[in-house]
Design a protein around this ligand. Structure first.
Ligand SMILES: Cc1cc2nc3c(=O)[nH]c(=O)nc-3n(C[C@H](O)[C@H](O)[C@H](O)COP(=O)(O)OP(=O)(O)OC[C@H]3O[C@@H](n4cnc5c(N)ncnc54)[C@H](O)[C@@H]3O)c2cc1C
Length: 323
């Protein structure tokens, strides 16, 4: 790749949001460039079966992303295996510098850098990911029909994940290291009223126990945060709901974000606080965090960038009212 390159549309990120933006932009003859980042294909490359992608009863996450990438390549999009390390969004064309030493000048930008779930950091956690350990009840809850599962966390996400899981699981253990939930009053009331949920107050997960063949989760080892005493809790599923971190450090101070670092966009739009910069997928979505919603937002971002470039400039872009 040339040391310096100009493009009409640069997509940062190669998950469902970024690749869908590239498909729509390519088909609008914008000749987009995609920066893959350190995780080409995004979060779905680290999972196994995906059963809620329309059109596929079941598809492996890495296969789905490989197919999306093939479609993008088929459309002639340049996919650059590099990581954005610095951006200057103060004027157009926007400047994006990469780890590989490239300087990309982009008339419009789609930020699709996604988010990463927070994990507990336990040694067995990564071994058992996809084998009982998950960070997404919407994605994986269905696999635990008739089983006993646990959720870790005490905020709204944990409460909502636990309530969702009661549709499938015979019992949902909510593990919380304090003696009260941070979830809002409505969620607290729902949790407390649900006979399938059992809350383990003042407990943290100290360790995970696998089945002898190490192919599935067998139990949790819980530590009493007050006394340090350990107890064993047999469960087949563990859902970690202690938050997500949007990958937005690069853009801090340059586009408007909420207090958790999610990029703010105008209503019904992917337009950010900077005219010509659009954000799509998990990087701006703390609510749904699904491949199909990310892809939908990628489509919106490309169409909005196209309109922006069609001569209307900032006037065509929905404005983001900042408090
Ligand atoms: C284990 C697991 C299982 C899941 N299962 C499902 C499921 O069954 N169904 C479902 O709908 N959803 C599922 N999800 C959620 C789904 O993966 C996400 O909602 C979706 O991937 C979000 O897409 P995205 O494009 O916004 O971001 P991501 O997929 O997170 O992609 C972000 C992209 O940005 C790139 N990037 C980050 N920083 C930089 C940088 N500085 N420079 C360049 N590039 C950068 C990364 O390399 C990556 O390519 C699952 C998630 C996980 C973790």
């Amino acid at each position: 790749m040339a040391h310096e390159k100009r493009t009409r549309l640069l997509v940062i990120g190669s998950g469902p949001a970024g690749l869908t933006a590239a498909i729509y932009a390519a088909r609008a003859a914008l000749s987009p460039v995609v920066l893959t980042g350190q995780q080409p294909g995004g979060q779905l490359t680290i999972t196994t079966e995906v059963e809620n992608w329309p059109g596929d009863t079941s598809v492996l996450g890495p296969d789905l992303m490989a197919r999306m990438e093939a479609q993008v390549r088929h459309l002639g999009v340049e996919i650059v295996p590099d990581v954005a390390s610095r951006v200057d969004l103060s004027h157009r064309p926007f400047l994006v510098e990469t780890d590989g030493g490239a300087r990309l000048l982009a008339e419009t930008l789609v930020i699709a850098t996604g988010a990463q779930a927070r994990w507990l950091g336990l040694p067995m956690e990564q071994t058992l990911r996809g084998k009982g350990v998950s960070a997404c009840a919407t994605c994986d809850g269905f696999f635990f029909r008739g089983r006993e599962v646990a959720v870790v966390g005490g905020g709204n996400s944990a409460a909502e994940e636990a309530l969702f899981l009661t549709r499938f699981a015979t019992r949902v253990h909510l593990i919380h290291r304090r003696d009260s939930l941070r979830a809002d009053k409505t969620n607290q009331a729902r949790i407390l009223a649900n006979a399938k949920v059992r809350i383990h107050w003042n407990r943290e997960v100290a360790d995970l126990e696998a089945t002898p063949d190490r192919l599935a989760l067998a139990a949790l080892r819980l530590r009493d945060t007050a006394t340090g005493a350990l107890e064993r809790l047999p469960v087949e599923g563990l859902f970690i709901a202690i938050g997500h971190d949007p990958a937005t450090g690069l853009f801090r101070g340059q586009v408007a974000m909420d207090e958790a670092g999610y990029i703010l966009t105008a209503p019904d739009s992917t337009a950010t606080s900077v005219p010509g910069v659009f954000a799509a997928g998990d990087v701006k979505d703390r609510l749904y965090r699904q491949a199909v919603t990310a892809a939908g937002m990628g489509c919106m971002a490309a169409l909005e960038a196209e309109r922006f470039l069609a001569g209307h400039g900032a006037a065509a872009q929905p404005s983001l009212a900042l408090a």
